[in-house]
Design a protein around this ligand. Structure first.
Ligand code: 3PG
Length: 366
């Protein structure tokens, strides 16, 4: 088989507005580096958390977007029949780039099924993982696949590991952790490990609702994680968790932190010397509920003395703060990882990362 690189990227994003998508741009950068006239490239990615095949989570819309960004045709490939996909790849000329349908439509992907790992591996001759944001998962396309192909980390993966290791290597005090966003279950869990290092944890978003619930506040119909309420209670005993004192409601749902909380959080952030921020404080996509997230963003950007690490860079991009955070003088690193970034900083084992950084010389036969 001609040299065919399988590259795991992260297109777990909305397709609009694509220009603002940090992950999309990172994917394009890597593709520019690896796609050559004398090889073929197959892009592997997941999108969302589908239960079986969910059309709205298809990766198909990204084929024209990638083609435009790369100025090279990106051919979309269905993945229901991987044999058929392999034949199409083999028949294509060198220089071709393919985008395989959402990996999580495949049975076994999130179970790290070796059979699926082998089937995916049969599509190419080597594997590059450049999906830092999913590298905390043991998915077939990140872990099992590496048993069957020569595998290596991509450029983004190396950069993330280097920068995040640097930030934690020298934990400046006070270290303020800000956690928001929707995936409350993952986040409440990871806070417990980071609590050993952090001096203060400011919570917003669905994570805050879980803590508020644990504190006996009636969050009515707001999004929260019932399974994590007990853990949240334990974590609150540390005295390091700061929950919102006021909120903005939309009907019976909390959709943002209130102005008093935004002020308090900004004041804490002014005094911090290490800031790790992951996840918006509310539903910032709606202007009415974006003030809390914007206040946190401003406080992070204005603190010139802190080293700051911001995860889930989409938030920052969406707030129109892209230029500021990309200015090297601001001492801010923007990670493509959300939960992955937090787990890395907490020193947790990351299956996807370990698989690709381990010695990959001896591979099982396909
Ligand atoms: C993310 O958005 O954090 C990554 O794409 C991983 O997604 P997951 O939490 O659904 O595994």
């Amino acid at each position: 088989m001609a040299r065919t690189i399988l590259v795991r990227l992260n297109l777990d994003i909305k397709e609009k507005p694509i220009g603002a998508a940090l992950r999309f741009n990172a994917a394009v950068d890597e593709l520019r580096k690896i796609s050559k006239p004398n090889n073929k490239v197959v892009i592997l990615s997941h999108r969302g958390r589908p239960q079986g095949v969910e059309k709205k989570l298809s990766l198909r819309p990204f084929a024209p977007l990638l083609s435009k960004a790369l100025r090279k045709k990106v051919v979309f490939l269905d993945n229901a029949d991987l044999n058929k996909a392999r034949k199409a790849i083999e028949a294509a000329p060198n220089g071709s780039v393919f985008l395989l349908e959402n990996l999580r439509f495949l049975k076994g992907e999130t179970e790290n099924d070796p059979k699926l790992g082998r089937a995916l591996a049969s599509l190419g001759t080597e594997f590059i993982s450049d999906d830092f944001a999913t590298s905390h998962r043991a998915d077939s396309s990140l872990s099992a696949i590496t048993a069957f192909l020569p595998s290596q980390p991509g450029n983004l993966l190396r950069e993330e590991v280097k920068n995040l290791s640097m930030a934690m290597g020298d934990t400046k005090k006070p270290f303020v952790l800000v956690v928001g966003g929707a995936k409350a279950k993952d986040k409440v869990g990871v806070i417990s490990n980071l609590l050993k290092k952090a001096d203060l944890v400011l919570v917003g978003g669905a994570a805050a609702n879980t803590f508020l619930k644990a504190d006996g506040v009636d969050v009515r119909d707001s999004l929260y994680e019932p399974e994590m309420v007990e853990t949240a209670k334990k974590l609150m005993r540390s005295g390091k968790i700061e929950t919102p004192e006021d909120f903005l409601w939309d009907g019976s749902k909390i959709l943002d932190i209130g102005p008093k909380t935004a002020k308090t959080y900004a004041a804490y952030l002014r005094g911090a010397r290490l800031i790790v921020w992951n996840g918006p404080m509310g539903m910032f996509e709606r202007k009415k509920f974006s003030a809390g997230t914007a206040a946190v963003a401003r406080a992070v950007l204005r603190n010139g003395r802190a080293k700051s690490v911001i995860g889930g860079g989409e938030t920052v991009a969406a707030l129109g703060l892209r230029k500021q955070v990309q200015n090297p003088k601001t001492n801010i690193f923007v990670s493509t990882g959300g939960g992955a970034m937090l787990e890395f900083l907490a020193g947790e084992r990351m299956a996807g990362l370990e698989a690709v950084f381990k010695d990959g010389k001896k591979k099982r036969k396909k």
